[in-house]
Design a protein around this ligand. Structure first.
Ligand code: C6P
Length: 414
């Protein structure tokens, strides 16, 4: 299979949008398979940033002058675009944050510290990223609440029967990763939301690995909070979003205090601005916010269903090729339609870091480590795993190069 053969996407055309993919190391063209960490940025997103700086760089919500008005409108409209991307009811439900991690912390500080107490429970999954796991673990410690974990089965799925037992009337929040960044598992978030709501608990969906590569509708999922990062969806670093149900965000305390998040300030008292600005204190990441919206439009133009199908196809191909070796252990579900576009694995006798280093000699970029899921790796009985993760510009030829690199690693360590 080659570059042209993707049924879902014109990959050859798409690759022209990403100049970095032309880079060569020692005469070898880079094969970028570290997209779950950060995706590459298409020209039009980079251009949105330079256009802002060249044409209308100014602070937002502060100036009467033309440049500030243009910047304010573009920054505000970026919220509408991001709201549309995930089916939120508008900018009121769409807070810009630095990334997914900050969105988790925003809810933990603003909601968790005020709403949780002794006897309350927060239910997470065993496959949570540290962004959620550490945040809720520490929030529980501060408030006296307990944390429980929905187990992961040997096949890499959430044990939903156990989830139904664990989520009780004591549960105040369920936080679950939508697509696991280590196993690739797509979790039944809507089903978890039903269980949480049956017990009057809120549910937080971590969409860092879902929004970039599949259609997401927060209303269909019926989640109360949902977070994602710009840099994993063809956008810039330094920007992400928190979706929150409007009535919940209205009731929440601000996360950071300062300029722009207030309505009226006296020496004694302050009142808060409208949503979402109540949660965006100080000068925000204006260029990044505008480029975030450009990235959302880019992936929407390509078609999120097309991206999902393309990733499924690449995942199926990678799973097939890797499964052909009996010294490779693959983590997560075996069915490519039940997982996102990434494959975590280990090659017998070769540490994941050594593997990544040998692959780097082949100009193949993968990630090795615990992928910020240390407890999950402990459960798998390994300190680290190698992970190849795909995006809309990857090809089966690139997966062949990954496999060539693995064969080289095997020869070196044999
Ligand atoms: N995962 C990875 O290589 P930030 O860093 O805030 O943009 O995203 C945090 C995060 C939260 N949830 C999930 C499921 C994630 O995958 C990530 C980021 C990267 O897997 C860096 S550890």
């Amino acid at each position: 299979m080659g570059l042209q053969e993707s049924e879902a996407l014109d990959v050859e055309r798409i690759r022209e949008d990403f100049p970095v993919l032309q880079r060569e190391f020692d005469g070898q063209q880079v094969v970028y398979l570290d997209n779950a960490a950060t995706t590459q940025t298409p020209k039009r997103v980079v251009e949105a940033i330079s256009e802002y700086y060249y044409e209308y760089n100014a602070n937002v919500h502060r100036g009467i002058h033309q440049l500030s008005q243009e910047a304010s409108i573009a920054y505000e409209e970026a919220h509408d675009t991001i709201a549309d991307l995930v089916g939120a009811d508008g900018r009121e439900e769409t807070v810009f944050t630095k990334n997914t991690t900050e969105a988790e912390n925003l809810v933990a500080y603003s909601w968790g510290l005020n709403e949780l107490g002794p006897g309350d429970e927060v239910v997470l999954t065993e496959m949570e990223h540290h962004a959620s796991l550490v945040t809720w673990q520490q929030t529980a410690k501060k408030t006296g609440a307990d944390v429980k974990y929905v187990p992961v089965t040997d096949e890499g799925h959430l044990d939903m029967e156990a989830a139904k037992e664990l989520i009780t009337d004591d549960t105040k929040l369920v936080s679950a990763v939508h697509v696991s960044n280590s196993l690739g598992t797509v979790n039944p978030l809507a089903e978890l939301a039903d269980v949480a709501h049956d017990h009057d608990a809120l549910i937080f969906g971590d969409g860092a690995q879902a929004v970039p590569n599949r259609p997401v509708d927060v209303k269909d999922l019926d989640v109360d909070f949902y977070a994602f990062s710009g840099h994993k969806m063809a956008g810039p670093t330094g920007i992400g979003a928190l979706y929150g149900r409007e009535e919940i965000l209205e009731d929440m305390e601000p996360y950071l205090y300062g300029g722009d998040m207030i309505r009226k300030v006296t020496y004694e008292e302050s009142t808060w601005n409208d949503l979402p600005w109540k949660f965006e204190a100080g000068t925000p990441s204006i260029a990044q916010g505008i480029a975030f919206a450009e990235a959302a439009e880019y992936i929407d133009d390509v078609g999120l269903d097309n991206i999902r199908r393309h990733e499924e196809r690449l995942t199926e191909y990678a799973l097939d090729r890797l499964a052909a070796f009996d010294d490779i252990e693959i983590y997560g579900p075996t069915d490519p339609t039940e997982r996102g576009g990434l494959v975590g694995f280990n090659l017998d006798g070769v540490h994941a870091h050594d593997l990544a280093s040998i692959l780097n000699d082949h100009a193949v970029a993968i990630r090795a480590g615990d992928h910020c899921t240390q407890p999950l790796h402990d459960k798998l009985g390994v300190a680290a795993s190698a992970r190849a993760s795909f995006y809309l510009y990857n090809t089966t030829d690139e997966i062949d190069k990954l496999v060539e690199g693995l064969e080289d690693a095997r020869d070196i360590f044999a």
